[in-house]
Design a protein around this ligand. Structure first.
Ligand code: HEM
Length: 423
């Protein structure tokens, strides 16, 4: 699905290139003329916001590296040097750290948008699955990045998570030694994590290209879940979507700036301002907020190996989501029962987040176990069953009908009141 491009360059240089490599025509078809459903709401602006976040993280990261030292003896001090001595180093570092949190806020909104509007359903299954790969890569990148300042939480977080692999029968201990590059989390570990933290964003970028390619083959979904049927249902990407995305990005940047300038450490842990000390274990080892629900699942299961399996399964289950949901109706707007369960699932994820932030004992442990069970029940029982038993609400026959029927009673033409009165 690409826009009808009647791109005719007048500039002789562009003409010359276009005859040999039709890159401008391609860009025109995909980023200007690309037909986009006319009823997209603001939840569809988060893809663009995510693209911005990815580019911003790469740029701030590359400049940070110019002053950072990936060595266990110097890493912590080099970050302090960036904060205190490098011109605008504080801004650079806080942009990157707060940027990571903002990136995750945006990706969670993007994923939950997909869950609500059934964006993962036919024909967007592969687009969704590429999204899940992106999500996994984002988590790996954030995990490696958090180790780099070599603070207490960096060190102990790395230790806890890498140690999980020791639960693998027979070869577990060897895997952990191999991951560490030695017999404890040390300089070799920091170095390889640094290397991977630099590498993965570029792998991520490549997968984002596939994600967007898949998007441009099947086209955007939309809040009604009804497929595009005629030209009347769509608008060209430019200027309509580009302007709307730009406006949404400005709003997002206001929130970003608020955290960046007024509470840059709000989403982090103060203990990471203490240098890593292998001889002093912090009282609570807690990951960054965006990992908390998964951390809760890990700790809710009494067996270490099963806990690790459940944690990975809670993400990998998203790959088969298109086949677990048996409803043919995409959007939850027309699915009265699924809609309730969607909100319950959202609340359950927030509960898991709180559980992950607290010690796994007493009431927290019990709540964590119930919420973990519910997480899997949602996907494995509720989604398949609700799709079968639910009677969906009637849907509009087309996207343009759904838009025009919302307009005032002037027939949708949007005539001005004076003209109407004159008639
Ligand atoms: C770096 C991360 C990501 C970037 C840059 C990105 C980019 C985009 C863009 C630009 C769009 C089109 C606009 C929109 O629908 O908002 C889109 C659509 C979509 N994305 Fe992503 N995405 C990312 C992560 C993810 C993840 C983690 C998932 C799911 C697990 C996902 C699933 C989808 C789906 C299903 C659509 C189609 C939605 C529809 O049109 O109904 N994306 N993405």
């Amino acid at each position: 699905m690409s826009g009808h491009s009647d791109f005719q360059p007048s500039n002789p240089v562009v003409k010359w290139i276009e005859r040999r490599l039709p890159i401008f025509g391609l860009m025109h078809a995909q980023a200007f003329a690309f037909p986009t459903p006319r009823n997209l709401n603001y939840f569809w602006t988060f893809g663009g916001i995510l693209t911005f976040c990815l580019v911003a993280q790469i740029i701030t990261g590359i400049v940070l590296v110019m002053h950072y030292t990936p060595h266990a003896d110097f890493a912590f001090a080099s970050v302090e040097h960036i904060m205190r001595d490098v011109n605008y180093g504080w801004l650079l570092r806080y942009s990157h750290a707060t940027g990571a949190s903002m990136f995750f806020i945006a990706v969670y909104i993007h994923i939950f948008r997909g869950l609500y509007y059934g964006s993962y359903k036919e024909p967007r299954e592969l687009l969704w699955m590429l999204g899940v790969i992106i999500f996994l890569l984002m988590m790996a990148t954030a995990f490696f990045g958090y180790v780099l300042p070599w603070g207490q939480m960096s060190f102990w977080g790395a230790k806890v998570i890498t140690n999980l692999f020791s639960a693998v029968p027979l070869v577990g201990e060897s895997i952990v030694t191999w991951l560490w590059g030695g017999f404890s989390v040390d300089n070799a570990t920091l170095n390889r994590f640094f290397s991977l933290h630099y590498l993965l964003p570029f792998v991520l970028t490549a997968v984002v290209f596939l994600h967007l390619w898949a998007l441009h083959v099947v086209g955007n979904g939309n809040p009604t879940g009804i497929s595009v049927k005629s030209e009347q249902d769509t608008l060209s990407f430019h200027p309509y979507i580009t302007m709307k995305d730009a406006f949404a990005l400005c709003l997002f940047l206001i929130v970003f700036a608020f955290f960046l300038f007024f509470m840059p450490n709000y989403m982090g842990h103060s203990i990471n301002y203490q240098e890593a000390n292998p001889l002093s274990t912090p009282e609570h080892i807690v990951p960054e907020w965006y990992f908390l629900p998964f951390y809760a699942i890990l700790r809710s299961i009494p067996d270490k190996l099963l806990g690790v399996v459940a944690m990975f399964a809670s993400i990998l289950i998203l790959f088969v989501l298109p086949w677990l949901d048996t409803s043919r109706v995409r959007s939850a707007k027309f699915r009265p029962i699924y809609k309730q369960f969607f909100w319950l699932f959202g609340i359950n994820c927030v509960v898991l987040g709180f559980v992950g932030a607290n010690p796994p004992e007493g009431t927290w442990l019990l709540v964590g176990r119930i919420a973990t069970a519910y997480y899997f029940i949602h996907f494995l029982v509720i989604m398949p069953l609700v799709g079968i038993i639910e009677t969906p609400k009637p849907r509009p026959t087309s996207i343009s009908e759904s838009v025009l029927s919302k307009k005032p009673a002037d027939g949708g033409g949007g005539k001005d009141p004076a003209a109407q009165a004159a008639e």
